[in-house]
Design a protein around this ligand. Sequence first.
Ligand SMILES: Cc1cc2nc3c(=O)[nH]c(=O)nc-3n(C[C@H](O)[C@H](O)[C@H](O)COP(=O)(O)OP(=O)(O)OC[C@H]3O[C@@H](n4cnc5c(N)ncnc54)[C@H](O)[C@@H]3O)c2cc1C
Length: 282
Amino acid sequence: MIPAEFGYRRAASVAEAIGMLTQDEDARLLAGGHSLIPLMKLRLAVPSLLVDIGKVAELRYVSEGPGYLAIGALTRHHTLATNPLVREQAGLLAAVATEIGDPQVRHRGTIGGSLAHGDPASDLPAALLALDASYLVSSPAGNRVISAGVFHLGFLQTALQHGEVITEIRVPSGTGSYGFRKFRARSMDWAMAGVAAARTPSGIRVALVNMGAVPLRAAAVEAALSAGRPAAEAAALAAVDTAPPADTSASAGFRRHLARVLTGQALADVDAAAPGRAGSVE
Ligand SMILES: Cc1cc2nc3c(=O)[nH]c(=O)nc-3n(C[C@H](O)[C@H](O)[C@H](O)COP(=O)(O)OP(=O)(O)OC[C@H]3O[C@@H](n4cnc5c(N)ncnc54)[C@H](O)[C@@H]3O)c2cc1C
């Protein structure tokens, strides 16, 4: 439970953080610390240097971009849950953020950290997949935009290269009603399984939490819905092409069952009269 020795530097800007990262190939960014520090205590992460971006003000904002809602990477879960623009234009994110961990986690954890950590049991990556979001990333080579669908490569693995910093999360405008359901043993626990669904300009998109090594689109559900099949029939396909973990909290079979039930509930919320509703089952 005691981390290995590491250095610590505080960055005042994104450019400074990138500079510090590129000087040391074992350096890691520190945002809210609520995923990285536990890994360090278990010595599953052994960075030589922590580059603290916690006070980089240019990464903490919510604003309207051209055709999308722009969210700075350092925006905390509590802000997502309470910010009027997020609630109005990306209600799914606000609803999901309300359900993350406990108040301490929501006041420290950041959206950029949640994405970069790459844990398929995290809620925001699946919600952002359902919303067809994309991520602006900066590095010494310049900026690039990575779409949510190709960002997660495997368990705790993302498309980020060393030296890259997520600076902005972009959520396309025009999302309608939504539903979010997660099942957990206690209110502050991670999801055994979860489902985020959103009515988008390209149809209803459904994404699954903790049903594989990465956040997954429920492609069979989406195809059934766009073919005009009833929501209950579509929800029965939620576990198709998933590979949920089996652990002390739940078997893979129970998670598949949860995915089907929760998808039915999330789709019912999407179908309900606007504005979208969200909820969790404990
Ligand atoms: C008790 C507890 C309960 C929790 N429950 C939930 C839950 O129910 N649902 C849920 O979704 N999450 C949950 N979390 C996780 C929480 O949401 C974390 O805060 C989040 O996953 C990571 O955000 P962070 O800012 O703390 O990142 P950090 O821990 O600081 O960093 C995580 C990783 O991201 C990298 N990183 C951080 N910011 C950037 C950036 N801008 N660009 C590139 N890389 C970056 C870091 O280098 C590190 O590798 C829980 C955490 C705890 C401790």
